[in-house]
Design a protein around this ligand. Structure first.
Ligand SMILES: [Zn+2]
Length: 1045
């Protein structure tokens, strides 16, 4: 080993230059991470393959400025030098450095890190007078040459650099080591990777523009990091995440301050940040540091209703009482993501320089500021949605600078809009890669999958002993769960079994499939499609517990006292099952009701055998119902809640097409299955928590904040009911009593409001919460987890592994190596929680998208389907919030408009706008005009007209307008309430297909589509959300809330 000295010139946080001398040790052996290694390196971990045409060694400038291009998974054999990585850390900061580290650690990316500065023969000391840039480039080139020699010339090395001098100097020095520009590299080796070429030109343009920036200050400078730290510590500054108001994005933002709320009652509602200047270049989601303004300058939040489309002036509007108000003095962490923007129509005012044009692109999300993009495609991209990234936001610029990443398509088209929803929620669902699919077991007609005899010998075989069956929505393909039940010991005991798909047998920790499943964390359900968490061979086949085939399962089996249902004994373990019946809910319910029903599995049997089997199955279903009723009663005594949840579900045919959307029917068998799953989840939670007190993944549901119930309590009071929110039990009971016999909607709306007030249920790691935090409020259980749906939830996969380890402990086998630490588990929990919020958000947005596409096709003035009944559930300053049951839509209805006109009601109930005044009361709102006084009360039914508020840059929204203060009578007999939504999805899908076919014809005239646009979907067949077994848990989720917390 050789000791030498290395001189570093670092910049301190204040911008001062510091010279540091470090001892530097050189070694002969530094791993090369190549499978062609000729030098006996210790290459553990990721290794570059040997069958490539070349390895790529990017220069420092390329890694610093063009890392995004190196992130394309198509690029193989990339060697990142230590020199380049350190440069990223110094010049780009922690965020970019983490990004590079993530890339290096991700097995899906074929790249390695070479510690070139520790390698004796590749290290070059800096020469006197040599500039930092020149020296770094020389180091990288030296590393490239070292690779070529180290691999004995068997692999060509391509160094890419943007430094033209370096290309001139080095390109002909060594044969086998090529030095070329990025552009040449892409053209030479990746001519068809269009997205990379586009990204290159967009980044290089953004870099050029950056150099020609003005110097006039638009914003105050941010304070240095150590000043911020000290200020936070002393209490002078407050740190929190910036949350920009959805309704008043131009003016209103707040930061939530966890931790401070206890010390200071003022702070419990957060700190208000008003106006663009005070926001000081912080973007929604950034972690910022604020300084409070003097108390005399504190303001309140605007309380009147406002759609995002309304322009904002707060003049006469009512404000809540003043709250702490401040300004941003620094940013601790940027949380920028990919943003979808729309290139606005050209109006000639945008600046033009050279060939490129600087465009102010408008983000889809109103909370994000306009982003300045330099592009040569400004004309072609008008009215297109484009993915962009922000590069910087200098104090001299009113807007952040960014560059485009790829084009999604024309705004307003279904595919463009669906892709927009995915990107805005950071949902990445590329097709499963070949490498992942190679990990999958084969199951084809020529080569059918068979169980491994060694596995069968290790498992408990239930195929002969147990009658196993599944009950799912009609047409379900991915059967996660099956059930069995039988009577033992002459009827004194009941044995209940829950048998879940053994996904972890197929998905091993550390595999690419597992990595992808973890990244996705869940299957994503949109209104017309789904994106699976696991490849189809698992989710729809080998893991799916289909009828009549042998499958591996993870089972939980209880022996219960037949009278008291007390648990006498428990068994957890791996099993082999063969499900006898794949029932759907309606069929199972028909059997229970004693109705005539055809069970497909019995169709071919003779009458006698058929009757016997039918009797056996029916008896099992009856036993199951009996058990579930008692379990439910136990939980009810503990305070379990029944809330308003999923309203409709899809009925699918064999090809997974939607045949109908049916309202949630109160089928008892559905409750029965759900109850058994809740029971299994609860007992698995107990088992893993007791075995691994600090390393179990559980799911908790925190009690709601009492102040969130105010609206519910006030509205209920207005309707003459008392809602007690003291405990979950009191809430459940008072909701049950709040029934208006004249109007079933009243109870439904109250439950909906209770749902809105709820907190989000969350996964967590037991080691990081005290045990009194484990409680699941909605289910009234002391411990809960997710075990029963491993095909479409990653949490269940983690729990299956924990349960397996717990079973090993019972057997005396050491499971330590299988267990992940609590830190890592907590990270997993956090990741899954955030993905779940994204999944719900995307689902909700796609529903709104479909609603808008549906109503866009109709003329609201003439089409009777645009007129619907609505019920008022909240009163505001200038209008009210209503619920439209036919379409499941909630939204504001104004009674006073911007010009000061108010809704006047004629003799027949019809409404028109006239000048007048409005008065708000706790339980009603009145308008007074020349027509007299009109009153709108809570829980009144009114008639609304539904139309679409279109905006080319932002998502469309539905607009509700009162046209009569009377209940809407369609003239037809009362339709089932799902009718509207069922037609809606079918209609929109049909229109989109027509539009798609038309677009094919004119495709030649449109700008090129990206690869992602063509490969938009993995499962194109329409499939509407249909997760019946989770109704109650789903009811506990609410998006508005998630956004607030
Ligand atoms: Zn080597």
């Amino acid at each position: 080993m050789i000791k030498t000295e290395r001189i570093l010139h670092l910049k301190s946080c204040r911008g001062r230059k510091v010279r540091v001398v470090r001892e530097h040790y050189l070694r002969e052996r530094v791993p090369c991470y190549s499978s062609l290694c000729q030098g006996d390196c210790e290459n553990d971990g990721k290794v570059l393959p040997g069958d490539l045409t070349h390895y790529v060694v990017p220069d420092v400038g390329v890694v610093v400025d063009y890392l995004e291009i190196l992130e394309f998974r198509e690029l193989q054999g990339i060697v990142f030098t230590q020199t380049a990585c350190q440069a990223v850390q110094h010049s780009k900061g922690r965020r970019q450095h983490n990004r590079l580290r993530t890339l290096l650690n991700d097995p899906r990316h074929d790249c390695v890190l070479f510690a070139n500065e520790f390698q004796e023969y590749s290290y070059c000391p800096r020469e006197k007078g040599e500039s930092q840039d020149k020296w770094q480039t020389r180091c990288v080139y030296s590393a490239a040459v070292w690779y070529h020699n180290h691999l004995a010339g068997m692999m060509d090395i391509v160094m890419i650099t943007e430094d033209q001098d370096a290309i001139a100097e080095y390109s002909s020095l060594n044969s086998g080591v090529y030095v070329i520009s990025i552009q040449d590299f892409l053209q030479e080796f990746w001519p068809r990777l269009q997205a990379a070429h586009e990204l290159y030109s967009s980044i290089s343009q953004a870099l050029q523009e950056k150099e020609s920036e003005g110097s006039q200050k638009e914003f105050a400078e941010h304070l240095a990091a150590e000043v911020l730290e000290a200020g936070i510590k002393s209490g002078r500054y407050i740190k929190g995440t910036l949350n920009i108001s959805k309704h008043r994005p131009q003016n209103e933002a707040s930061i939530m301050t966890d931790g401070l709320s206890n010390k200071d009652a003022d702070m419990s509602r957060g700190v208000l940040v008003l106006g663009i200047k005070n926001r000081n270049r912080a973007v929604h989601g950034d972690v910022v540091v604020v300084e409070l303004l003097p108390k005399s300058e504190w303001k309140g939040k605007v309380t009147a209703l406002a759609g995002g489309q309304v322009d904002e002036k707060s003049g006469e509007e009512n404000e809540s009482k003043p709250m702490p108000t401040g300004r941003v003095v620094g940013i601790q962490q940027r949380n920028w993501r990919d943003y979808v923007v729309t290139f606005p129509p050209r109006d000639g005012t945008q600046s033009q320089s050279r060939n490129s044009q600087r465009i102010l692109a408008v983000p889809w999300d109103r909370r994000i500021p306009k982003i300045r993009i330099s592009t040569q495609q400004a004309d072609a991209l008008q009215d297109h949605r484009v993915v962009v990234r922000i590069d910087s936001w200098e104090s001299t610029s009113l807007y952040p600078n960014g560059h485009s990443v790829r084009v999604l398509g024309r705004a307003g088209e279904l595919e463009t809009e669906v892709q927009t929803i995915l990107i805005e929620n950071c949902i990445h669902v590329p097709p499963f890669s070949d490498a992942q699919l190679r990990e999958m077991p084969v199951n084809s007609p020529e080569n059918p999958w068979r169980m491994d005899p060694a596995q069968v010998a290790e498992r408990r075989d239930l195929r002969e002993s147990h009658l196993v069956f599944s009950i799912d929505p009609r047409g379900c393909e991915d059967v996660d769960d099956t059930l069995s039940v039988r009577s033992l010991a002459g009827g004194e005991l009941l044995e209940l079994g829950v048998h879940i798909a053994d996904v972890t047998h197929f998905v091993k920790e550390g595999s690419l499939t597992n990595l992808e499943a973890r990244t996705r964390a869940t299957t994503y359900y949109l209104a017309d499609r789904r994106y699976d968490m696991l490849p189809a061979v698992l989710s729809g086949d080998l893991c799916s517990l289909l009828g009549g085939v042998d499958r591996y399962a993870m089972s939980v089996i209880w022996e219960l006292d037949a009278n008291t249902l007390n648990v006498k004994s428990m068994w957890y373990g791996r099993t082999v099952i063969r499900s006898s019946y794949q029932l759907h809910y309606e069929l199972a319910q028909a059997l229970l009701n004693g109705e005539q029903a055809e069970v497909p599995e019995l169709a071919k049997l003779g009458p006698e055998e058929k009757d016997a089997k039918l009797a056996q199955l029916t008896q099992a279903l009856e036993m199951l119902t009996h058990i579930a009723r008692q379990l439910r009663a136990q939980r009810d005594r503990g305070g379990a809640l029944e809330l308003e949840g999923v309203e409709v579900r899809a009925q699918l045919d064999e090809e997974r097409n939607i045949t109908a959307l049916v309202p949630r029917q109160p089928l008892e068998v559905h409750e029965t299955v759900a109850e058994c799953m809740i029971y299994a989840n609860h007992w698995v939670a107990r088992k893993i928590q007791e075995t691994f007190p600090h390393q179990a993944l559980l799911r908790r549901h925190p009690p709601p904040r009492q102040d969130f119930f105010r609206e519910l309590v006030d509205s209920a009071t207005a309707a003459g009911f008392t809602i007690d929110t003291g405990t979950n039990k009191a809430l459940a009971e008072s909701l049950d009593r709040a029934v208006d016999p004249q109007d079933p909607l009243v109870n439904r709306v109250l439950r909906m409001m209770a749902t809105t007030a709820m907190s989000q249920a969350l996964y967590f790691c037991t080691g990081l919460e005290s045990q009194d935090q484990y409680y699941h409020y909605g289910l009234a259980l002391d411990r809960y987890t997710h075990f029963t749906s491993p095909i479409r939830r990653y949490a269940d996969i983690v729990v299956h592994r924990l349960l397996t380890a717990a079973i090993d402990v019972d057997r005396g086998v050491d499971p330590c190596k299988a267990l992940v630490g609590y830190k890592e588990l907590e990270e997993t929990a956090y990741h899954i929680n955030s993905r779940n919020v994204a999944a719900q958000h995307a689902q909700k947005l796609s529903t709104v998208l479909f609603q808008c596409l549906y109503f866009k096709e109709r003329d609201p003035q003439t089409d009777p389907r645009c007129v619907a009944d609505a019920v008022i559930y909240s009163i505001r300053d200038n209008g009210m919030l209503v619920f439209v049951p036919e379409y499941g839509v909630k939204g504001p209805v104004y009674v006073k408009d911007r010009e000061g006109l108010v809704v006047a009601v004629g003799q027949d109930g019809s409404c028109e706008w006239q000048s007048g005044s409005v008065r708000q009361y706790p339980d009603h709102i009145t308008t007074t005009s020349a027509c007299g006084t009109a009153t709108f009360r809570l829980f009144d039914h009114i008639t609304v007209r539904i139309s679409v508020h279109s905006s080319s840059c932002h998502p469309d929204s539905l607009k509700l307008e009162v046209i009569s203060n009377k209940r809407h009578c369609s003239g037809e007999p009362q339709q089932p309430r799902s009718q509207g939504r069922s037609q809606l999805v079918q209609e929109v899908v049909r229109l989109a297909e027509e539009a798609y076919q038309q677009a094919q014809v004119v495709a030649a005239r449109r700008p090129k589509l990206s690869r992602e646009e063509r490969e938009f979907s993995q499962s194109k067949t329409p499939n509407l959300y249909s997760l019946l077994e989770e109704v109650r848990e789903l009811a506990l989720m609410d998006l508005e809330m998630a956004a607030q917390m």
